[in-house]
Design a protein around this ligand. Structure first.
Ligand code: IPE
Ligand code: IPE
Ligand code: MG
Length: 261
């Protein structure tokens, strides 16, 4: 019997293992202060630093940040090139600190669209931090959830030419290793700052059973205290994965150590 649309049920834990964030609201943060949008993006980089540290301190293993979507190319060219410059500067400036703090950096998305210097820098930083395991920080850049599913399908078909004749053999277990974030468990907690309640083509496959948290706080104002509020909300959720509350309770009792031992 085909069991579920998610491959496995993760262990319940009070600290989410994988947190994925849409960092939204930089522009509005700046506009409210009569500043150019760029000021919001710059402040946003500071917030990234704060949240990376908070995650490392709290034992989060994977943090995934949406930095630039496949749709963000539609923005005015000046803003796009400024975002690219900020990305380059942040990588150049932070690599030593990331490495010293045991943080592995990964970038997911179609980076072939970036200028060669940025592509090279991404590869360098990934290589330099590849053995770090305290926290895996993934930056989604020129990323789109639909792009991810399509690129995974294409690579799966190349690796398994027999699928053309036996499409029924294509299942989640076969496809998953080709998804861009195959090295990470699916996110436990999704956070979107800035007030919008949409996924904006982020990790659409991987978010199938993730707990969703939306806050009106603009990304530049998102700090450790705000992050803790999101985690507190996460801890109150009952992750049923299709089962009933009674089943979960029975499981919890069964796994408790017997009295007197
Ligand atoms: C998020 O902030 C940063 C990126 C998308 C790169 P926005 O720039 O979308 O800020 P708002 O939504 O306009 O306030
Ligand atoms: C989503 O934010 C992408 C990133 C944060 C990088 P947007 O601000 O681009 O999303 P929409 O277009 O308002 O949905
Ligand atoms: Mg936005």
């Amino acid at each position: 019997m085909a069991l579920s649309s998610t491959l496995g049920i993760p262990q319940a834990a009070s600290v989410p293992r994988h947190v994925a964030i849409i960092m939204d609201g930089n522009g509005r943060w700046a506009t409210r202060r009569f500043l150019p949008r760029v000021a919001g993006h710059k402040k946003g980089v500071d917030a990234v630093r704060t949240i990376v540290e908070a995650c490392a301190e709290r034992g989060v293993e994977f943090l995934t940040l949406f930095a630039f979507s496949s749709e963000n190319w539609r923005r005015p060219p000046d803003e796009v090139s400024l975002l690219m410059r900020l990305f380059i500067h942040a990588l150049e400036r932070e690599v030593t600190k990331l490495d010293r703090n045991g943080i592995r950096l990964k970038v997911v998305g179609d980076i072939t669209a970036f200028e060669p210097r940025l592509q090279e820098l991404i590869r360098e930083v990934e290589a330099r931090t590849a053995d770090n395991r305290r926290l895996t920080l993934t930056i989604a850049a020129n990323y789109g959830g639909r792009w991810d599913i399509l690129q995974a399908m294409r690579r799966a078909l190349l690796a398994h030419p027999e699928l053309a004749d036996q499409p029924e053999r294509l299942d989640e277990a076969l496809l998953s290793p080709f998804l861009a974030m195959a090295y990470a468990p699916e996110p436990d907690l999704f956070i979107r700052t800035g007030g919008e309640k949409r996924i904006s083509n982020f990790l659409i496959w991987q978010l199938a059973y993730t707990e969703l948290y939306f806050t009106d706080c603009f990304w530049p104002d998102f700090d450790a205290a705000q992050f803790d509020l999101a985690c507190e909300s996460y801890r109150r959720r009952e992750r049923r994965f299709g089962r009933t509350s009674a089943q979960l309770e029975a499981e919890a009792i069964a796994s408790e150590p017997a009295a007197g031992h």
